[in-house]
Design a protein around this ligand. Structure first.
Ligand SMILES: Cc1cc2nc3c(=O)[nH]c(=O)nc-3n(C[C@H](O)[C@H](O)[C@H](O)COP(=O)(O)OP(=O)(O)OC[C@H]3O[C@@H](n4cnc5c(N)ncnc54)[C@H](O)[C@@H]3O)c2cc1C
Length: 439
């Protein structure tokens, strides 16, 4: 591992009021590791800025020394590309201020999605949360971001009204669609290596009632459940969000589930999902009126750091051949295969690097690579399923895996525009993202 010369380290420590850790610091081992424990990243140092001024100082210092900075709030999407850089953790930038009149939240860039949801819920409002409460709003929004409510309100990134940033010169400023339309466009879907975001102004939405939860059946009913899921998605209003889950947890029988949220009343949700009542009785049904602060409980994904290996596909349809491919053989060694119904507002024209997401479904194949052998068998299973489910579109940046790049997510014209922006805004390459390939 490359080690920072003492003189540079001293300058770094003098520049930053917050925390600085280097490989011989006792806490370094824990703090430099990403949330995804399957990824190794040999970073030079970890810096936890106390405030945006610290970030300006850090950028000037790194630039003067020819060093790169990889901003990584927690590393759910880590790829190893932070290796050799200074790792910036935004943990202390976690302030939240809700304006219930304007329906906005002004948040620090280290704010976790679940914390924003809890603060918004106190005012009967909601942000656009995905399945995990412990990812950051910035980390998701800068990659476009798919949420529970994307069918109603579009990409998570599109819900950002302003970004407070520090640029490659170390200058702080606020970016909106009026002040810097090009950068604003980029930040709402592919913004991780152009600037460092210190804060965000997030559009909130009214959430008077939410009804949601998980209906769970033995895998023996997978075909019937999947067919009901498919028929429900054909007519679902944009306020009804449905995800099909094939689950295979160690030590339990494989299962199939429909996870759902509905922005509206219990009676309406039950009526819209009446077809599930005709299925065999579920093992459990957790659907209930719920707070938007508790949406993470539906899928109950791990919140503590864990190794993960994921591969995603997009599909325009779930035809019989796709269902056959998904259901023909057990999903082991995968833990889950999640099929999200997309469409609605996500499919409408949008001014961000992804553009309209016309595919109606995403398929997300996830496993726990606890050993190298298990990792290999997970990759092989993902490849087998991927081959049987030919992709019909580019996936969101937040669904890329370490073997992929922005080219797997974005149309060529967006890549061209982003490369030009990178050259204009960070020609020396001081900023690195999970999927840095713009230079
Ligand atoms: C359990 C789980 C559930 C998930 N659910 C969803 C979901 O429902 N919808 C969805 O779209 N995605 C989902 N994801 C993917 C997730 O959005 C990505 O992993 C994303 O990277 C967010 O994670 P993070 O906050 O840890 O950010 P990191 O992975 O640490 O960072 C993400 C990227 O954003 C950049 N970045 C972050 N903050 C800043 C900043 N302040 N300034 C500049 N650049 C920054 C980083 O450089 C990096 O390239 C999920 C992932 C997991 C593991």
């Amino acid at each position: 591992m490359t080690v920072l010369p003492t003189t540079i380290l001293d300058e770094l420590r003098a520049a930053v009021q917050g925390g600085v850790w280097v490989p011989d610091s006792p806490e370094f081992d824990e703090i430099h590791r990403p949330w995804n424990r399957a990824i190794d990243q040999g970073v030079l140092a970890v810096v936890e800025p106390a405030d945006p001024d610290d970030i300006s100082s850090l950028v000037r210092c790194a630039r003067a020394k020819g060093l790169s900075i990889a901003t990584q709030p927690s590393g759910h999407g880590a790829t190893g590309r932070a290796s050799g850089a200074i790792l910036l953790r935004t943990t202390r930038l976690n302030q939240i201020a809700i304006d219930p009149i304007q329906r906005t939240a002004t948040i620090g860039s280290g704010t976790k999605a679940g914390d924003l949801q809890a603060a918004a819920a106190e005012h009967g409002l909601t942000g656009l949360p995905g399945s995990s409460p412990v990812v950051t709003v910035a980390g998701v929004a800068l990659g476009g971001g798919l949420s529970w409510f994307g069918r109603s309100f579009g990409w998570v990134g599109e819900g950002i009204r302003a970004f407070d940033i520090v640029d490659a010169e170390g200058q702080a400023r606020r970016i909106t669609g009026d002040t810097d339309p090009n950068l604003f466009w980029a930040l709402r879907g592919a913004g991780s290596e152009l600037v460092i975001v210190t804060g965000l102004e997030v559009q909130l939405h009214e959430a008077p009632e939410v009804f949601g939860g998980r209906q769970l059946w033995p895998v023996a009913h997978a075909r019937e459940v999947a067919e009901v899921f498919r028929s429900l998605t054909a007519t679902a209003p944009e306020t009804l969000n449905l995800w099909l889950e094939l689950l295979s947890f160690p030590g339990t029988e494989p299962m199939v589930a429909i996870d759902s949220t509905y922005l509206g009343s219990e009676a309406e949700a039950r009526s819209l999902m009446r077809a599930t009542e005709a299925l065999p009785a579920p093992l459990s049904d957790t659907r209930a009126p719920m707070s938007v602060a508790d949406l993470g409980a539906i899928t109950a994904e791990p919140t503590d750091p864990t190794p993960g290996s994921a591969r995603a596909k997009l599909r325009t349809s779930l035809d019989d051949a796709a269902l056959d491919a998904l259901l023909e053989t057990p999903i082991v060694p995968l833990l889950s295969v999640q099929v999200r119904h997309l469409g609605g507002a996500l499919a409408r024209p949008s001014d961000n690097p992804h553009g309209a997401l016309r595919e109606q479904f995403s398929v997300y194949m996830f496993g726990l690579p606890t050993t190298e052998e298990v990792a290999e068998s997970i990759t092989a299973k993902q490849a087998e399923l991927a081959q049987a489910l030919p992709t019909t579109g580019r996936k969101p940046v937040t669904f890329l895996n370490p073997s992929e790049s922005l080219a797997d997510a974005l149309p060529e014209e967006s890549l061209v525009r982003l490369r030009r922006l990178k050259e204009e805004r960070d020609s020396t390459g001081v900023f690195r993202g999970n999927f840095s390939n713009l230079k």
